[in-house]
Design a binder for this molecule. Structure first.
Ligand code: OXK
Length: 391
């Protein structure tokens, strides 16, 4: 039994923000039907590295979903979506605001058709406000949300975090919205509602004290490279073999253990360094002491000594480190899955882990339009036998 068994989800839209929300619901048992344009399908099918013509990213993002091809610009395609929406619990979309309305598939139209429908609408800037009509991508949401300005070294160009974090953050906020709206629908009279998620707001929501610090102190937070301003010591420190380690000594007792481990009893017992506020005043001195010690040792030696001392320490993981890490392996986070072409592929396991109803990879990402034939007649199409068995 999966937690979202029986939940019917219709996914319109493309790339990351909407489809990552669909993926998350599908991993917990929702029946997600993805609508794609015939011919090319979701452009993500061709993003980054392709194997036999299909992106391996697609294999992860679309697992457990069904794919039907419908032309949303055509009357027939729009009618087919309405027929599906009539029975759907959730519709996910991440088009530019107004695109669905132009196709007669906006909230007003679909809500009138199916008052129980919950609609997740993800866009760059939201469904209202002066920017609503602008197309949005993750990088712009990350920037407007405040993240980009803080990423990188002081005085250098603000860098992109390595993945489209704005999109996945929006997707996860969208999933929270869907689950909240489902609870509300069950508890209070069965009505659906729409959820308006903006990429920039999803980023802004995780920006910690950025705004109140500006309001209270006029402080504009700046890029700080690998350090965490106002919290000490925590940084990346170079080792004798050229690798870096991350050491987070920013707890009062952890700091004392760290100083003992690196042979700095003087700093361990310094009354000014007992708490964070005092350490922040002398962060450069503390960082220099730590790096003087790490520079004398290889990364593995540093990790072993600080691990034994109970100090939070870690390497900077490449994917090669991830793929062989015992913690990942012990918790089934590296899973061998079979693609629709019968090839094996290592993919991330399901997050989060539920004790009674864990998520699962039930079937591979679909070929383009693999399930269009299921749409015979009206209503939500039943899953084919082999798929129901896989679930
Ligand atoms: C991604 C977008 C910028 C793309 O903008 P546009 O192409 O200008 O327009 P729209 O959203 O209105 O529509 C997308 C296009 O796909 C076409 N389309 C898609 N599916 C169909 C089907 N099934 N049938 C017919 N046409 C279709 C649609 O007609 C448009 O084509 P044309 O009319 O021919 O253009 C926008 O969708 C957007 O702002 N989305 C919300 C934010 C978001 O999710 N951004 C995405 C992230 S990925 C990312 O950020 C990242 O990697 O980083």
């Amino acid at each position: 039994m999966n937690a979202l068994e029986g939940l019917k989800v219709l996914e319109l839209g493309q790339l990351i923000a909407g489809p990552f929300a669909g993926k998350t619901l599908a991993e917990f048992g929702a029946d997600v039907i993805k609508v794609e344009p015939a011919g090319v399908g979701d452009p993500l099918r061709k993003w980054r590295l392709l194997r036999e013509g299909t992106s391996v990213w697609w294999e992860v993002q679309s697992r457990n979903k069904r794919s039907v091809c419908l032309d949303l610009r055509s009357t027939e395609g729009q009618q087919a979506v309405r027929a599906l929406a009539l029975e759907a619990d959730v519709l996910i979309e991440n088009f530019k605001p107004g695109t669905l309305e132009g196709w007669g598939l906006g909230w007003e139209q679909l809500h009138a058709l199916n008052p129980r429908l919950i609609m997740l609408r993800i866009s760059g800037y939201g469904q209202t406000g002066p920017y609503r009509d602008k197309p949005g991508f993750g990088v712009l949401g990350e920037s407007m949300g405040g993240l980009r300005y803080l990423s990188g070294e002081p005085g250098r160009v603000p860098v992109r975090v390595g993945v489209s974090l704005g999109d996945t953050l929006a997707a996860l906020h969208g999933v929270i919205g869907v689950l909240t709206a489902l609870h509300h629908r069950t508890a209070h009279g069965g009505q659906g509602q729409f959820i308006d998620v903006a990429l920039y707001e999803s980023v802004f929501n995780v920006m910690e004290s950025l705004l109140p610090e500006y309001d209270a102190f006029g402080a504009v937070r700046e890029r700080a490279g690998s350090a965490l301003p106002g919290i000490a010591p925590t940084n990346a420190y170079k080792c004798s073999d050229g690798h870096y380690v991350l050491v987070a000594g920013n707890g009062d007792s952890i700091f004392r253990r760290l100083m003992r481990a690196i042979g700095r009893a003087d700093l361990e017992s310094d009354p000014q360094l007992v708490h964070n506020d005092g350490r922040v005043q002398r962060v450069e001195e503390i960082d220099a002491a730590i790096e003087a010690w790490t520079l004398q040792r290889s990364r593995d030696e540093v990790l072993a000594v600080l691990d034994a001392a109970g100090v939070p320490v870690g390497r900077i993981y490449t994917v090669a480190d991830i793929a062989t890490d015992p913690q990942y392996l012990a918790r089934q986070m590296i899973v061998e899955a079979t693609t629709a072409d019968g090839d094996m592929l290592k993919v991330p396991g399901v997050v989060p882990k539920l004790s009674a109803t864990p998520g699962r990879i039930a079937h591979p990402a679909p070929r383009l339009g693999e399930h269009t034939g299921d749409l015979q007649g009206a209503g939500w199409p039943a899953r084919r036998t082999e798929e129901s068995e896989a679930v």
